[in-house]
Write a protein that binds this ligand. Structure first.
Ligand code: NDP
Length: 492
């Protein structure tokens, strides 16, 4: 059994209480490593270390170009270690090795991109309306950023926060999910090796329900960047409001993949399948609702079920596996619970519908790729985030109805549109209330393109040019250059 320590102020430490917990492999269902179980005392130490590092000239006074150089060095080390980290992710959270390798090999681009941006953050000179006064702005880091991240794409979702936060000159207190802490701690080693001063990146592991609120409300924490479930996101937001902290929230969705009658059917089938069954549906952008025009509905459903049936389920560490396990035991119970709800609501089960127990699944936590058809938009399966390989197929009759159904949930993270009509593509991209709209593709993300939610899917944007602004605050500086400070008792 491997034993990990956490990173606080440049030191690798156990929890002050000495407590730890075991992390399990979702494919075998067995524990493989121990992780420190931090308490509030450890959070205090990490927050203080992050504050100290923020104020230390070794970080606070280095040039933005030097910060960029550190990020580039980190990106290079990350590239060298990508496959090793991918193996750890697969062991710890059951994601497919092929997907994890792809994600890890692509991840250095975020650090290169934000390294490049670090020294291009510029203030403005304001042509102020007061004579004899020079007014300009400075863009300054916020201070200590708390990054709270989930288990579904652990390092990628952390990267979306860490890269811009560090490029902007902040320090970080990162709490990864209790289900995916090992890779985070391995990441910490790379920050250390890259030469980041001690305390610039601190990693505190433990249980969200034990230390999460202490992190969010901590007086030394200046901003919270959170990705996770919307119930937790709401409590993070409420708590942050008490101390007027800015937040970035990325809270998942119920994204619609809309297939029009003029779509290229084979492409749309592939897009819908990859939207929901990739990562076993455990992605915030899962296209968990397929909206299909009634004129092609029977043919589409037939092709969809036939293609989904070909998915190879099993060991996530095999290159040829296409559907892996559910990452956590509670999530397995939640997904199976939603399947029961859908059946009880009267949706038609067209594929799957239970825990997968075939030989290739071993003792792992698998759910069969599941498709419900004839779903009506008001069913819970069409409204609530399942976060598993469960697709709700809903028919529609015209474009207006498709828009109404697509927009008719509390979420607004993403949407997919399958059509050959450029006019329809443009109209849909305008009228769908979602932070990302994909046309004739699905699940594409890039370090260059903003990502985030409308409505209850979140606040703020990650990736792209604007993301660095989430980690900066603007200061206005006034300098009287008239040499003539007026008598304060004389009104001008
Ligand atoms: P959470 O939202 O609970 O977890 C996200 C992160 O928040 C984890 O690091 C977690 O720590 C932490 N956390 C937990 N409680 C608190 C708290 N009170 N204050 C601050 N941080 C806290 O997600 P779950 O893992 O419980 O998943 C629940 C549901 O959320 C899923 O079923 C899925 O629907 C959705 N989800 C959505 C994601 C997305 O990308 N949008 C990602 C993950 C889940 P810890 O892991 O230790 O509890």
């Amino acid at each position: 059994m491997k034993s990990y320590r956490m990173l606080i102020g440049g030191e690798w430490v156990d929890a002050a209480s000495g407590q730890s917990f075991e992390t399990e492999n979702p494919f075998t269902g067995t524990a493989w490593a121990t992780i420190p179980r931090a308490g509030t005392e450890d959070v205090d130490r990490a927050a203080q270390a992050a504050r100290k590092a923020f104020e230390d000239p070794a970080w606070g006074q280095i040039s933005a170009t030097a910060r960029g150089a550190l990020l580039r060095r980190f990106a290079d080390l990350l590239a060298e270690n990508a496959d090793r980290l991918a193996d750890i992710e697969t062991r710890d959270n059951g994601k497919l090795i092929a997907e994890m390798r792809g994600q890890l090999r692509y991840m250095p681009q975020w650090y290169h991109y934000f390294a490049g941006l670090a020294d291009k953050v510029e203030g403005r000179v304001i042509p102020i309306d007061k004579p004899g006064v020079f007014n300009f702005t400075r863009e300054e880091p916020l201070g200590v950023v708390a990054a709270i991240t989930p288990w579904n794409s652990p390092l990628m979702l952390a990267t979306w926060k860490l890269a811009p936060a560090l490029a902007a000159g902040n320090t970080v207190l990162w709490k990864p999910s209790e289900f995916s802490s090992a890779s985070a701690l391995e990441f910490g080693r790379l920050f250390e090796e890259s030469g980041f001063p001690p305390g610039v990146v601190n990693i505190v592991t433990g249980f969200g329900n034990e230390i999460g609120s202490h992190i969010v409300s901590h007086p030394q924490v200046d901003k919270v960047a959170f990705t996770g479930g919307d119930a937790t996101g709401q409590s993070v937001y409420e708590l942050a409001a008490k101390s007027i902290k800015p937040v970035t929230l990325e809270l998942g969705g119920k994204s619609a993949n809309i297939v029009f009658e003029d779509a290229v059917l084979d492409d749309a089938v592939k897009g819908v399948v990859s939207g929901i069954f990739a990562a076993s549906g455990q992605t915030c952008i899962a296209g968990s609702r397929a909206l299909v025009h009634r004129s092609i509905y029977p043919a589409f459903v037939e092709a969809l079920v036939a293609f989904a049936k070909t998915a190879r389920i099993g060991d996530p560490s095999r290159d040829d596996t296409q559907v892996g396990p559910i990452t956590t035991r509670p999530q397995l119970a939640k997904v199976l619970g939603y399947i029961d709800i859908a059946k009880a609501e009267g949706a038609t089960l067209a594929l799957g519908g239970k825990r997968a127990t075939e030989a290739a699944c071993g003792d792992g936590w698998f759910v069969e790729p599941t498709i419900f058809t004839d779903v009506s938009p008001d069913m819970r399966i069409a409204q609530e985030e399942v976060f598993g390989p469960v697709l709700a197929v809903i028919p529609f009759d015209n474009d207006e109805e498709a828009i109404a159904i697509a927009n008719g949930t509390i979420y607004g993270l993403a949407a997919g549109v399958w059509t050959q009509s450029i006019a329809r593509a443009l109209t849909m991209s305008q009228r769908l209330r979602a932070g990302t709209v994909w046309v004739n593709t699905y699940r594409a993300v890039s370090y260059m393109s903003p990502f985030g939610g409308f409505k209850r899917s979140g606040i703020g944007r990650e990736s792209g040019l604007s993301a660095i602004r989430e980690y900066l605050q603007e200061k206005s500086v006034w300098i009287d250059i008239s040499g003539n400070v007026p008598n304060p008792f004389v009104q001008r």
